[in-house]
Structure formats: structure tokens, C-alpha cells
Write a protein that binds this ligand. Structure first.
Ligand SMILES: Cc1cc2nc3c(=O)[nH]c(=O)nc-3n(C[C@H](O)[C@H](O)[C@H](O)COP(=O)(O)OP(=O)(O)OC[C@H]3O[C@@H](n4cnc5c(N)ncnc54)[C@H](O)[C@@H]3O)c2cc1C
Length: 384
């Protein structure tokens, strides 16, 4: 039995759900969201570290963060959903001249956007995070309105409200085909052999987005890259005021989590692929660097650990908006490790793109697919 919809959204993570909510809130009532798994948020959204920050190297990411983080702050009033937010600050630790120079430039840019990031000397770092070993650290970049929040509550808020506004949100429904005719999207085909005809299809498939776009013959350069996280049991000496600390040159990070510490470290040699099993060898490398940087982890007990997938693009920037190859086909993916925090604003922007012809709250021209053809690429440097 075939169906129709004004808009079909592929993917039930933070992006798809935020888009579903914002379209419905604008009065677009015939929206169907399709999620292949039995629950929403089992992809990158359910495996991330919950960090929210303004400290980026590109203006567009700073602007996305400014608006998105405010939207998360307003969640209880606007979405009727409580969300834990801890503005503990992000502290980037820098140990080489290149990073120091780059972060100094970024701080100037952040200041022009109203983000008052500070450059800390080692004495100030030791005061802010006394648990951290900083012998080799030259300086740090700190902004107190960065922090951590709870991705599940944000996803839940959008799910509840989108459904209330009439969006059809379906689990266990995988898109396996797309029909394109005369350069226009016509329909998506589901695994059960049925079709949904729609003039508008939005790809919000996270790490799976490259494969989804290929169903319409579109080359969307988004690769799945596994990243793993470890959480300890409660540790004495770490409290909620402990900042989100990032040892930038090692892509090693720590934040407070339920009395213990959540830590991750990105393997620069990780090959692309969908396998999310914890890599035991990398686990040892990670733990050894983590103990060097935060010695009190040495005697901590691991509570849990998991692997998740970043959705990575060549320039570590998302691919947003209309896809020029197929009329009616849109992309909201490729956030390369920092997408959860941009979920709220990107849902709003995609709703504007679909309903008004172009996103207007933030200028997303530098994030459109076209940049790969024009060569106008300004990659994000502050990637963890
Ligand atoms: C370990 C880790 C740590 C991270 N830390 C942070 C952080 O601190 N802060 C931050 O902001 N971001 C972080 N991120 C990144 C963030 O999680 C992602 O950028 C964001 O969640 C992407 O959301 P999404 O909705 O695009 O993708 P997803 O959450 O992956 O959602 C895509 C959905 O599409 C579904 N899907 C796929 N194919 C199909 C199909 N054919 N049919 C139907 N459904 C389909 C999938 O099942 C999935 O549920 C982290 C990511 C990881 C892995």
C-alpha cells in the first residue's frame, strides 16, 4: 500500500527529530519521519558525549552554537521538557606553537561574535582544573558558557512535541530505494516493498547518509568513523565544577559524569566503517594517555564503555540544505563529531530551507554541498 507525504525525513536522531518538530511547528502537518531501528536516537545521538561549546574556528559554527545552545537553555519553557545543562566551561589544553597560534586567532574571531573566550596561563589552568597534569602545556582556551548537557532529553523533547503537532514518526522503517524522475525526487521505497510519494525528502541519516544519498544517485561525502568512550565509577576529587577538558593535540577529553569521569580519545588512524565494537588496543592507548593527563584515573574503576560513529566530511563541516543534483532532496548531516549541539538550530534552518526556499536565521552558504565543486572550503580546525 503506497502513501504520500509533503515531507519525508530519513533518520530519527537529533537532526531528523529537530527538523520534524520545526516543520510541524511551522504548520507543515504532513511530515513522515522514518527510522530504521526499533527506537529513535540509537545512532550517533545516543552515543555522544553531550558536550556543548562555542569555541570553534569558523564563524558559521560559532553562530550555530550561539543560537542552538540558547534553544537548549529555553527547552523547559518552549518544549515543556526539562534538560540538565551544566555550564562547567570547555578548557582546551594547548602544547605546541601551531595550536597556540590558531587558538589565539580563533579567540579573536570568537570575541567578534560576542563569545568571551579567555586565554589561560598554566597557573590559571591549574586553578581551574587541579586534577590535570599540565607540565607540558603552554596555555589553555576557556569559555565558561560552554559545558555539557543531556542528549536524550533534547531528543525526547522534540519527539514528544513533533508527534503532538501531527508528525508521523515511525521506527523499524528503513529506506532502501529512492525514485528520481526528470531531476526531481518522486518517492522513497521502504524495505517492505511499499513507497511513500513525496516532493521533498530530507536526508538526516547521520553516519549512514552517504549510502542513503547514493540511492538517489547523489555523491554525499559522509563517512562513518568509530569513536569510543569510557566512563568511570564515582571518583573522589571530581565534581560538577570540573570543566570539559580537551588535550587538543591528542584529541583526548574528560568531563564529569555522574560522580565519575567520562573520557574519550579519537584514534587518528581509525579506518572508516560501521563496526562499533570497542577496540581493545586503542582502549589501552587511550587509558594510558588519560592517566598521564589525569593521574587520579589510575585507580578508578570502569563503569561502562561504548563505541559510536562520527559522520565525517572531508572538511569536518556539515552538508546543509538543498542538494543541487536532485530537486526536492535536502541534506542535514556530516557534523564530524560536534553535531548534537547544533541539532536544535539545524532543525530550524532546514524547516526554513524547505518552507521559505532558503535558510535565513544563519547564513549556511559555506555549508552547502556546492562548496565541493566551487572549492570554497573553510574547514573547521577545532575538531576533537
Ligand atoms: C563518541 C561520540 C561523541 C560525540 N560527542 C559529541 C559531543 O560531545 N557534542 C556534540 O555536539 N556532538 C557529539 N558527537 C556527534 C553527534 O553525536 C552527532 O553529530 C549527532 O548526533 C548526529 O545526529 P544525526 O541525527 O545526524 O545522526 P544519528 O543520531 O546517527 O541519526 C541518524 C539516524 O538515521 C537512521 N538511519 C540510517 N539509515 C537509515 C535508513 N536507510 N532508513 C531509515 N533510517 C535510517 C539511523 O538508524 C539513525 O538513528 C559525538 C559523536 C560520537 C559518536
Amino acid at each position: 500500500m503506497n502513501r504520500t507525504a509533503d515531507v519525508v525525513i530519513i533518520g530519527g536522531g537529533i537532526m531528523g527529530m529537530s527538523i520534524a518538530y520545526h516543520l510541524s511547528a511551522r504548520g507543515c502537518s504532513d511530515v513522515i519521519l522514518l527510522e530504521k531501528d526499533q527506537q529513535f536516537g540509537t545512532g550517533a545521538t545516543g552515543t555522544n558525549a553531550g558536550g556543548i561549546r562555542h569555541q570553534f574556528s569558523t564563524k558559521v559554527n560559532i553562530e550555530l552554537s550561539k543560537r542552538s545552545i540558547k534553544m537548549i537553555e529555553r527547552f523547559p519553557e518552549e518544549m515543556d521538557q526539562e534538560v540538565d545543562i551544566n555550564f562547567c566551561g570547555y578548557l582546551f589544553l594547548l602544547d605546541n606553537d601551531r595550536d597556540v597560534a590558531s587558538f589565539k586567532e580563533n579567540i579573536v574571531l570568537q570575541h567578534t561574535c560576542g563569545i568571551e573566550t579567555e586565554l589561560l596561563d598554566p597557573t590559571q589552568i591549574a586553578r581551574s582544573a587541579p586534577q590535570i597534569q599540565i607540565e607540558d602545556i603552554m596555555c589553555g582556551a576557556f569559555y565558561g558558557r560552554d559545558g555539557i548537557t543531556d542528549p536524550h532529553s533534547v531528543l525526547q523533547g522534540y519527539t514528544t512535541r513533533a508527534r503532538h503537532l501531527g508528525a508521523q514518526l515511525e521506527t523499524g522503517t528503513s529506506v532502501s530505494e529512492m525514485k528520481v524522475k526528470g531531476g526531481r525526487i518522486q518517492a522513497v521505497g521502504l524495505q517492505d516493498g511499499t513507497w511513500i510519494e513525496s516532493p521533498t525528502v530530507i536526508i538526516a541519516g547521520g553516519p549512514w547518509s552517504g549510502g542513503i544519498a547514493a540511492l538517489a544517485g547523489v555523491d554525499l561525502p559522509v563517512q562513518p568513523v568509530m569513536r569510543q568512550i569510557m566512563v568511570t565509577r564515582p571518583i573522589e576529587g571530581v565534581g560538577t565544577d570540573f570543566p570539559f577538558v580537551i588535550d587538543f593535540s591528542k584529541s583526548l577529553y574528560f568531563h564529569y559524569e555522574s560522580g565519575g569521569v567520562l573520557t574519550g580519545m579519537s584514534n587518528p588512524d581509525q579506518s572508516t566503517g560501521f563496526d562499533t565494537r570497542v577496540d581493545e588496543e586503542w582502549r589501552m592507548t587511550h587509558f594510558s594517555h588519560a592517566v598521564d593527563r589525569m593521574p587520579l584515573l589510575e585507580f578508578s574503576e570502569v563503569l561502562t564503555e561504548w563505541g559510536g560513529l562520527y559522520e565525517v566530511t572531508p572538511d569536518a563541516q556539515p552538508i546543509l540544505g538543498k542538494l543541487p543534483q536532485v530537486d526536492g532532496l535536502y541534506s542535514c548531516t556530516g557534523f564530524s563529531g560536534h553535531g548534537f549541539m547544533h541539532g536544535p538550530i539545524c532543525g530550524l534552518l532546514l524547516a526554513e530551507e524547505v518552507l521559505d526556499g532558503s535558510a535565513k536565521t544563519v547564513d549556511i552558504d559555506s555549508l552547502r554541498w556546492d562548496r565541493f565543486e566551487s572549492g570554497l572550503i573553510a574547514g573547521e580546525y577545532n575538531v576533537v
